[in-house]
Design a protein around this ligand. Structure first.
Ligand code: NAP
Length: 332
């Protein structure tokens, strides 16, 4: 049952679809998958029944926006999400992404394709895996696609909207210039980008404000560092990307140990984030809502307990202005 207060209102562009201030990210629930060299791209073994239960619990608690990608678990995340929302599709806002190539049999990612023809094939495949006739937010997953190719993909997305296959589209990128190019499209409603207490993204947030986009915030918990995953003990699960971090993943060191630089910064702000009876994760989400009224953080999850804790962040709401100021002072 959804009870929404004014600060939580977020709309998906001209589609008018109500998204709410919190979504859930479905990368981890894709289970194990890997790069061609065998290094993990997933978060280790997952229990699909628990994932389905967590999604349904989130829905019951008023979280209706779910972000996935065709490549997560080489198609598995979309299938699990489809299974969880079967019979409740009209309550749910579904976002997925395309651009990476993968082999569902070997569960490996094996390249990318930024052609409009591939975008259409990927869309049809995502609709089938999700068990739906439309995607509410379709996102380009290739963050560094050249601008001329992206302009063609933006036109392709407008065609998909006209055909009723998608409601709106966006780009998952950390580059404001790229996001601005997509934003020129009539039905571009969002940009997905990284942002959290430890790493602000002022350029992207300013762009969202200027262009009326939603900022769908990925890795809002710094991949678990800003939640319960910040202890310094090594991570046993070798199928977890945090155990063998690729170059871009700076939050964790080999073995999944939190990087000392970031762990110290988490400790510096823990007390402010957990004031008012919030958990660390709830405080980190509250910081994002205080940072901009356009943010929709999409924390990842693997259990019903995490879904409940993260959904309960909505009852605490944004941090107060003076808390945000204090955190800024502590992190300078
Ligand atoms: N390029 C892209 O487009 C891109 C890139 C990254 C992410 N994303 C999207 O953004 C979503 C979120 O980002 P993310 O998954 O990278 O990281 P995140 O949301 O920052 O962290 C999620 C992880 O934190 C831990 N966690 C979550 N809630 C918790 C709680 N209440 N207590 C304790 N631990 C908790 C869980 O890991 P453990 O329990 O396993 O420790 C969970 O998998 C993804 O699922 C995906 O949809 C998109």
């Amino acid at each position: 049952m959804r009870t929404e207060t004014q600060w939580q209102r977020r709309t998906l562009g001209s589609s008018g679809t109500d998204v709410g201030a919190l979504g859930f990210g479905c990368w981890a629930i894709g289970g194990e998958w890997s790069a061609p060299d065998g290094s993990p791209l997933g978060w280790g073994v997952v229990d699909d029944d628990e994932s389905v239960a967590a999604i349904r619990r989130a829905l019951d608690l008023g979280v209706t926006f779910f972000d996935t990608a065709d490549v997560y678990g080489a198609g598995h995340s979309e299938r699990v999400l489809g299974r969880a929302i079967a019979g409740r599709r009209d309550e749910v806002v579904v976002a997925t992404k395309w651009g990476n190539l993968f082999d569902g049999r070997t569960r490996t990612m094996d390249g990318s394709d930024s052609s409009p023809a591939y975008a259409r094939r990927a869309l049809v495949a995502s609709l089938r895996r999700l068990g739906t006739d439309r995607i509410d937010l379709y996102q380009l997953h290739l963050g560094d696609t050249p601008l001329d190719e992206a302009a063609e993909l933006r036109d392709a997305c407008e065609e998909f909207v006209a055909e009723g296959l998608i409601r709106a589209y966006g780009w998952s990128t950390d580059d404001p210039e790229r996001a601005a190019l997509f934003a020129a499209g009539e039905h571009c409603a969002a940009v997905q980008h990284a942002c959290n207490v430890l790493e602000d993204a002022p350029g992207m947030l300013d762009l969202s404000e200027e262009r009326g986009l939603l900022s769908v915030i990925r890795s809002p918990l710094a991949m678990g560092l800003l939640a319960g995953s910040g202890d310094r003990s090594p991570r046993a699960d070798t199928g977890d990307i945090r155990s063998t971090p690729p170059a871009w993943l700076s939050w964790f060191e080999a073995g999944g140990v939190p990087a000392e630089h970031w762990a110290k910064r988490v400790e510096a702000v823990r007390e402010v984030l957990t004031a008012d009876g919030r958990t660390l994760a709830q405080g980190a989400l509250g910081w994002l809502w205080a940072r901009s009224g356009r943010t929709v953080p999409i924390p990842g999850f693997r259990t019903v307990a995490q879904a409940e804790e993260n959904a309960a962040a909505l009852t605490h709401g944004p941090l107060r202005h003076e808390q945000v100021e204090e955190i800024a002072g502590l992190l300078t």
